[in-house]
Design a protein around this ligand. Structure first.
Ligand code: GLP
Length: 249
């Protein structure tokens, strides 16, 4: 683990995928141990999978108790075809984490499940629960965080959004490579919703994330690269492997 970039309270830390998963899973588990009713912000995609595996392991080995923990997921697809319902982020979370820990299903939250489709109610619910203690993030190839695609306002709260062509191409791998099956819309926490978290941990591995990571390392916010808004936050750790850090000067 070595810190390769620092900007105010944002650090980019380089390691390998296994070390990253262990470190991040330990941070979550340690938090749950000291704050039994903490609020976790969770992400989907391939990057969090090894972290969730490690969290399940720590739950079993160290009896980390999730019963009073609340979770808020970042985003959810809208308009999945019947055959692809298993690709919902709700299903993903049960398959990859929730079924392996003792979380109360009443304590898990998704942004498409708000009253009367008033999506900012999601931000209100998070606030009522005391705010997100740690928010986990993956990174889109185009720099998106959650489904905040390039151009999204940094003051955005939870909202309905269109998924860009480049993200549809990137996510087609979960739909047997068929772009037409990838939903065109999603409900996503906004950039402001994410920045409201007390701490943010972003994980990015692989060469296709290198350009987005390099934009953060310029130290300047850029609407075209949503991930650069993280520079405005007071406590961010970005974990990258060698490939994802390869374009940092
Ligand atoms: C999706 C999700 C993002 C996620 C991104 C990267 O588009 N909406 O929240 O960060 O994919 O996914 P991966 O980790 O599989 O590269």
């Amino acid at each position: 683990m070595k810190t390769i970039f620092k900007f105010k309270n944002l650090s980019i830390i380089e390691s390998n995928s296994q070390e990253i998963s262990k470190n991040v899973a330990k941070q979550f588990s340690d938090l749950v141990k000291i704050k039994a009713n903490c609020v976790l912000g969770l992400a989907t995609g391939s990057s969090p999978i090894p972290i969730y595996k490690e969290m399940i392991k720590l739950h079993q080995e160290e009896k980390v108790n999730y019963f009073n923990v609340k979770t808020y997921n970042l985003d959810e697809y809208i308009g999945l075809q019947e055959q692809d319902k298993k690709q919902s982020y709700y299903q993903f979370m049960f398959d990859n984490l929730f079924n392996g820990i003792n979380i109360d299903p009443n304590n898990v939250n998704f942004p498409n499940k708000v009253k009367n489709n008033i999506y900012s109610e999601y931000d209100e619910a998070i606030k009522q629960d005391g705010g997100i203690d740690v928010q986990l993030l993956g990174l889109g190839v185009n720099g998106h965080i959650a489904f905040n695609e390039p151009g999204t306002s940094n003051t955005s709260l939870t909202h309905l959004t269109k998924i860009t062509k480049s993200t549809i191409v990137a996510n087609a791998r979960f739909f047997d490579g068929e772009m037409k099956r990838v939903p065109k819309e999603a409900i996503t926490m906004g950039i402001q919703s994410i920045l409201n978290a007390k701490k943010i941990i972003l994980v990015a591995t692989g060469k296709n994330k290198a350009l987005a990571i390099s934009k953060i390392s310029l130290g300047i916010t850029d609407k075209k690269w949503p991930c650069t808004w993280l520079l405005k936050h007071k406590n961010v750790e970005i974990f990258v492997d060698k490939e994802a850090s390869s374009l940092i000067n």
